[in-house]
Design a protein around this ligand. Structure first.
Ligand code: ATP
Length: 660
C-alpha cells in the first residue's frame, strides 16, 4: 500500500494534471472556435471550452482527492487497480489513466457503498485527512479482511464547525444518501427526512450527479432547484458551483413566477382560497368563459370582394377546437386557421390561387371577428375580472365551486379601477401562472428539485408540475416542518398534485446536524405536530443543550450570545419575528458585532439554515405567532450543529418539555 509520502507525490501529479487541463482548455478555446464546421457548432464548442477554462482557473484550491479504492485481484473489472476519488476528474500524463476519478463515475460508487459484508471487489478503502491543501494522513479499512469501523475523518467532517455557506458532502456521502443521489433521471423521488438528515445535500448532489450522467440531455432541457426563500438560497447556492456545476437555475418559486411585482398581501382566509386546488377549475372557467358563441356569419374583405363563412360552420369550428383541449392561445390560432381554410376552399372553387401572402392577408382580415369570439387575453385581465367579483349579469366562474364565504374572501374589498392599477399578491402570482399556462404551455425542465416541499400549496404544486411534466422531480421535505396553512400531511397526495403519482417516497433517518440531546428536546413537540414521520437517530452524541429561565429576555439573550463567542463557529439567534428588533437592538447596544459570525434570524426565515451555536429566544412567542407556530418552533430548535441555548422569560409552551 502507498505510504503518506507516496500519496503526497500523487498530490503533485494532480497539480500537474490540473495545470495541463487548464492550458489545454485555453488552447482549445482558440482552436475550437476556428475548427468547428459551422457557426452554431463553433459557438457551442467555444462556449463549452471557455466555461471549462474558466471553471478550471477559478477552481478553489481544495484537496484534489478525498478517497482511494484499491481493488483486490478478484475484481473482474478493476482487479489489482487503484483509483483516487475526487470532486473532479483529473487527466493523467500523455493520455495515460486519469490521476483522479470523478466521484460521480460508476467506479466511484464502491467508495460509498462497499462494506465489510459486501466489499464489492474492494480490498482497501482509504479516506484522506487534509489541513487546507496539505495532506495530513489517511485511514484504511481493509474491507476484504472484514475491517470496517467508525472513521475519525468522517466524524470530524460531520462535526466540524459551520462557518460560511453550506459545503458539499462528496467525501462523506452515506450509503442511504448515495442511493438517492444516483437514482436514475427518469425516476421521480420524494425524500422525507427529519431536520439535518441531509435532504438538501442529497438534492444538490443529485443535481450534480444527473448533470454528469446525462450531460447532453440536461444541458438542453435544464435543471431547476427551488428553495423556500432567498436567505436559504444564499446559504446553499455555492454547493453546485463548488462541484463544477455552474448552469443550474437556483431560485424561489415566487421569483420564478414573478411576471408582475408583488405589492399587496392577502389575509390568511383569502390566501387559503387562492391556494386551493379548486382555483384551477375557477380559472379555467373564467378564461374559457371569454369565448363567445358565433351568432352571425363572418364577412372578410378581400379587395372589392367579401368572403363569407356561415354561422353554423363557425360554430362547428369553435366547438371542435374547444373539444381539442389545446392551450387557449393555440386554440385561437387554430380557429383563425380553420376560418381561413374555409375561405381558401371557396376561393379555389372559384378558380383563384391562394398564395401565402393572400392567406396571411385573409388571416389578418379574420382578426376583428376573432377578437369578438375567441379574444386574445392576458392573464392579468382574466384575474382582474375574477377578483372584482361576479359579473353584473350574475355570471360567476366560481359559481358552484366555491362557497359564498370563499367567494367573498376571493373578491377585492376595494377593486382597482382598471387592470393597470391592480396590486398583486404572492398568491396572485400563482394564479397568474396557472392562467398563463392555460393560454400557452410554459417552458419545462429536464429535472426539478423542490426543497421544503411540505410547504407548497396545491396551486403551487401545479406550477411545479407544469415545469416538470416531461422531466422528473426530486421532492425534499419533512411533514413535521410544515408551517404554511396549507402544509402537506401526506406525501402520496402531494406527489399526485405534483404530477408524479408514482414517485417513490423514501425516508432518511440519520441526522447529521443536530446533536442527540437537542433532537430529544425537539422531539417532545412531535406528538403535538400531527405529522406521521418515521423516528430518526442522531449521528452525533456530542453537543450541548441548555434551557435557561431568565427575568428579562433581551438581557438573557445577550448573556447567552456572549458565552457563545467563547466557542468557534457561527452563532444564530432565532426569535419570533416581532421580537427581532428589540433583540437586535440589545445585542447592538452591548457592542456585539452583527456583521461577523453572529446573526439574528426571524423564526419565519430560519428554515433550512444551520448555526454552530443557536440561541432560541422565547419559544412561547414563536409558538403563538402563527397557526402552525409549534411546527415553526420545531424548525427553530433543530438549527443547532453543536450547542443550543433556549432562553425564556415566559413559561415554555406546554408540549415542549426539557427531557431530563
Ligand atoms: N453524509 C454527510 N456527511 C457530512 N455532512 C453531512 C452529510 N449529510 C448531511 N450532512 C450535513 O448535515 C447538515 C444538514 O444537512 P441538510 O441541510 O442537507 O439537511 P436537511 O435534511 O435538508 O435539513 P432541514 O430539514 O433542517 O433543512 C449539513 O451541514 C450537511 O452538510
Amino acid at each position: 500500500m502507498a505510504t503518506l509520502d507516496e500519496e503526497r507525490d500523487h498530490v503533485g501529479r494532480c497539480k500537474a494534471g490540473l495545470r495541463r487541463m487548464l492550458e489545454g482548455a485555453r488552447d482549445n478555446v482558440i482552436v475550437g472556435e476556428s475548427v468547428a464546421g459551422d457557426r452554431y457548432s463553433a459557438e457551442r464548442l467555444g462556449r463549452h471550452l471557455k466555461s471549462l477554462a474558466k471553471e478550471l482557473s477559478e477552481e478553489p484550491e481544495g484537496p484534489p482527492f478525498f478517497g482511494r479504492l484499491d481493488f483486490g485481484p478478484g475484481s473482474a473489472e478493476h482487479g489489482g487497480r487503484a483509483y483516487h476519488i475526487g470532486r473532479r476528474h483529473i487527466t493523467g500524463e500523455h493520455g495515460g489513466p486519469p490521476v483522479v476519478i470523478d466521484w460521480r463515475a460508476p467506479v466511484s460508487r464502491a467508495f460509498y457503498r462497499a462494506s465489510a459484508r459486501d466489499p464489492q471487489g474492494v480490498d482497501v478503502r482509504r479516506r484522506f485527512g487534509w489541513s487546507g491543501t496539505t495532506l495530513t494522513g489517511f485511514e484504511d479499512e481493509r474491507l476484504s479482511r472484514g475491517e470496517e469501523g467508525e472513521s475519525r475523518i468522517l466524524a470530524a467532517e460531520i462535526e466540524r464547525p459551520r462557518v460560511g455557506p453550506m459545503r458539499d458532502i462528496v467525501a462523506t456521502i452515506q450509503p442511504e444518501q448515495d442511493d438517492l443521489v444516483r437514482t436514475g433521471l427518469d425516476l421521480s423521488i420524494c425524500v422525507q427526512g427529519a431536520p439535518g438528515t441531509g435532504k438538501t445535500a442529497v438534492g444538490l448532489h443529485r443535481a450534480a450527479y444527473l448533470l454528469y450522467a446525462h450531460r447532453r440531455r440536461l444541458e438542453r432541457a435544464g435543471v431547476l432547484v427551488l428553495g423556500p426563500n432567498r436567505t436559504f438560497l444564499g446559504y446553499v447556492s455555492a454547493v453546485l458551483p463548488a462541484l463544477g456545476e455552474m448552469d443550474v437555475e437556483q431560485t424561489t418559486l415566487e421569483r420564478l413566477l414573478a411576471t408582475v411585482p408583488v405589492t399587496a398581501a392577502d389575509d390568511e382566509e383569502t390566501a387559503m382560497v387562492k391556494h386551493d386546488a379548486r382555483m384551477a377549475r375557477v380559472l379555467r372557467t373564467a378564461l374559457y368563459g371569454r369565448i363567445a358563441k358565433p351568432v352571425e356569419p363572418v364577412a372578410v374583405p378581400d379587395g372589392s370582394l367579401r368572403w363569407r363563412v356561415p354561422e353554423d360552420e363557425l360554430r362547428r369550428i369553435v366547438d371542435d377546437t374547444r373539444r381539442e383541449s389545446l392551450p387557449y392561445g393555440t386554440g385561437r390560432e387554430r380557429v383563425r386557421a380553420r376560418v381561413v381554410e374555409s375561405i381558401r376552399r371557396q376561393a379555389e372553387s372559384r378558380g383563384r390561387t391562394a398564395g401565402a401572402p393572400w392567406l396571411r392577408r385573409i388571416g389578418r382580415g379574420v382578426t376583428p371577428w376573432l377578437d369578438q369570439v375567441w379574444p386574445a387575453v392576458k392573464p392579468e385581465e382574466v384575474l382582474y375580472e375574477l377578483l372584482r367579483g361576479p359579473a353584473r349579469d350574475g355570471r360567476d366562474p366560481a359559481g358552484g365551486v366555491l362557497t359564498d364565504a370563499e367567494r367573498a374572501a376571493l373578491t377585492w374589498r376595494k377593486p382597482p379601477r382598471g387592470v393597470k392599477g391592480a396590486r398583486w399578491s404572492a398568491a396572485d402570482l400563482v394564479l397568474l401562472d396557472e392562467l398563463a399556462a392555460l393560454i400557452e404551455r410554459p417552458r419545462g425542465y429536464g429535472h426539478v428539485i423542490v426543497d421544503e416541499a411540505q410547504d407548497l400549496s396545491p396551486m403551487e404544486c401545479r406550477a411545479v408540475a407544469r415545469r416538470s411534466e416531461h422531466g422528473s422531480l426530486t421532492v425534499l421535505g419533512d411533514l413535521a416542518q410544515g408551517t404554511t396553512p396549507w402544509a402537506a400531511t401526506s406525501w402520496p397526495e402531494r406527489l399526485k398534485l405534483l404530477g408524479k403519482p408514482g414517485g417513490e417516497v423514501v425516508a432518511l433517518t440519520t441526522g447529521f446536524r443536530v446533536p442527540a440531546a437537542v433532537v430529544e428536546l425537539a422531539n417532545t413537540l412531535l406528538a403535538a405536530l400531527d405529522a406521521d414521520v418515521p423516528a430518526t437517530r442522531s449521528y452525533r452524541s456530542d453537543g450541548r443543550l441548555r434551557v435557561t429561565r431568565v427575568a428579562g429576555l433581551e438581557k438573557g439573550v445577550v448573556e447567552a450570545v456572549r458565552e457563545a463567542y467563547m466557542f468557534e463557529g457561527s452563532i444564530g439567534v432565532i426569535a419570533a419575528d416581532a421580537d427581532v428588533e428589540a433583540i437586535t437592538a440589545a445585542l447592538w447596544n452591548e457592542g456585539l458585532d452583527l456583521n461577523g459570525r453572529l446573526s439574528v434570524m426571524p423564526a419565519s426565515l430560519c428554515k433550512g439554515l444551520e448555526y454552530d451555536h443557536v440561541v432560541v429566544a422565547e419559544p412561547a412567542a414563536i409558538a403563538e405567532a402563527e397557526r402552525r407556530g409549534l411546527n415553526r418552533l420545531y424548525v427553530a430548535l433543530t438549527r443547532a450543529v453543536s450547542r443550543l441555548d433556549v432562553v425564556h422569560a415566559r413559561p415554555l409552551p406546554p408540549p415542549l418539555r426539557h427531557p431530563c
